[in-house]
Design a protein around this ligand. Structure first.
Ligand code: LLP
Length: 425
């Protein structure tokens, strides 16, 4: 669900006409709905309200400070994967004791920053990383709380680029290696085993891979308890899918019910790291149509090819190009009539892979029209770049009748801010 709805043929973000935002801020622009974010977090959290749990919002999905602040105020912690995300989470006021640090390539500097800040735990992904964490802990004289990220070899049945829980993926450690890692750390004064962790992938639309992974994790958790470890947290990662088109992901309550069934006989605090399910449908990307062009059919072909060329490209939203992801695209002002066109919606970037949609049926669209690309709140702006020297889009947060620019549109100056021209050249 989300609060982007049509009212008298005009798309509103909560109570604010999208057109009004565009008039002030321009395009392309990301627009987020505070009410949707709040609701998503509340629904997700309430689903687990009868068991000890901690929701660590996955910062990578959308790391805008205003959004972190809003979620933090509602009690969310953070799942971070870099020193930069730690900086953002702390700046937004998320308490360090609600932060978990995931990722296969943490540097010692990042570990030191996080350990000094007093985060809840490190989700460690290799033996080398565990050794590095120990060195850092010894250096600053503070034991490091950690979980091992287990790779349960479960197929999440999602796009291969966002599957992470299979043996062939770079993430985590197989159960047996993880077990040995805990044993090694057992009497170490600088390593403090606190939990166990996994994350099997993103945009999962079935529950069974989660419960299968949880079963594996639970088994290892119990084995470790039997060995005398005093673990307290079981972190199942993120991954719950959302509706982009015709997917039918389980609602959070159903997902929670299945996990709670598995956890009945275990006393631990469950950590979850949702990203997409919180932010995905809480954001849209609004773009303006620049040109519409039709290429005539080649000899022997019946149909020509239509292109709707817009002012947002793969540098603004890379998901369609990178994962062949589907995003619903609708005009900001409804266009009436039966007539439709089938077109590729493409950006201005000099790459054939620069598209937002392929072979999409659209109402007859004209230059100047505004289009809303839905479900762009997660992995949208955060994955944007300056490719083709395009300043990154503005970000706007709507709350009821008000809206706030929470990140200004970049300027040409911003593009070259960090560059210097050596005099010798
Ligand atoms: N925890 C860990 C350790 C993760 O690696 C991820 C996502 C999450 C939590 C959050 O997963 P979520 O609840 O959002 O599914 N760029 C891709 C998605 C990459 C996800 C990477 N890891 C996309 O646009 O689909």
């Amino acid at each position: 669900m989300h609060y982007f709805e049509y009212h008298h043929g005009e798309l509103l973000a909560e109570k604010v006409p999208v057109k009004k935002i565009v008039e002030e801020v321009g395009t392309p622009v990301y627009i987020y709905s505070a009410a949707t974010l709040r609701r998503h977090l509340q629904v997700f959290s309430e689903a687990f309200s009868d068991i000890p749990h901690l929701i660590c919002y996955s910062v990578k999905a959308n790391s805008n400070l205003a959004i972190l602040k809003l979620l933090g105020k509602l009690g969310a912690g953070a799942d971070i994967v870099s020193g930069g995300e730690l900086y953002r989470a702390l700046k937004a006021g998320i308490p360090p004791e609600k932060i978990v640090f995931s990722g296969v390539g943490k540097t010692e500097r990042e570990m030191e920053e996080a350990l000094s800040a007093g985060i809840l735990m490190f989700n460690v992904e290799s033996l080398g990383e565990l050794e590095a964490l120990r060195r850092v802990a010894q250096k600053i004289g503070k034991p490091a709380p950690f979980s091992i990220r287990v790779n349960p070899n479960v197929d999440p049945k999602t796009h291969p680029y966002i599957s992470t829980g299979l043996k062939k993926n770079k993430f985590g450690l197989p159960e047996e290696v993880a077990f040995e890692a805990y044993r090694k750390a057992k009497d170490d004064p600088f390593l403090h085993p606190l939990g166990i962790d996994c994350h099997i992938g993103s945009q999962l639309t079935e529950i069974s891979p989660f419960t299968e992974a949880l079963r594996r994790l639970k088994e290892l958790y119990q084995r470790l308890l039997a060995e005398g470890f005093e673990l307290r947290y079981l972190d199942l990662g993120g991954g719950l899918g959302i509706v982009y088109g015709n997917e039918e992901p389980p609602p959070p309550a159903e997902y929670a019910e299945a996990l709670k069934q598995e956890l009945r006989d275990l006393s631990c605090t469950l950590i979850l790291e949702p990203g997409r399910v919180i932010a995905g449908n809480a954001g849209i990307l609004v773009t303006r149509v620049l040109y519409v062009k039709s290429n005539p059919p080649s000899p022997g072909e019946k149909e020509g090819k239509n292109f709707v060329i817009v002012d947002a490209g793969m540098n603004d939203l890379i998901r369609p190009a990178f994962y062949q992801a589907y995003h619903r695209i609708l005009p900001v002002r409804e266009i009436s009539g039966e007539e439709t066109i089938v077109a590729d919606v493409v950006g201005p970037i000099c790459e054939s892979g620069d598209f937002l949609a392929k072979e999409r049926t659209l109402p007859p669209i004209s230059p100047g029209d505004l289009l809303a690309v839905f479900s762009a709140g997660a992995y949208g702006f955060v994955m944007s770049s300056n490719y083709n020297s395009r300043p990154r889009a503005a970000e706007v947060l709507v709350d009821g009748e008000r809206f706030f620019v929470v990140r200004k549109r970049e300027t040409y100056e911003d593009l070259v801010r960090l560059e210097t021209i050596p005099e010798e050249v």
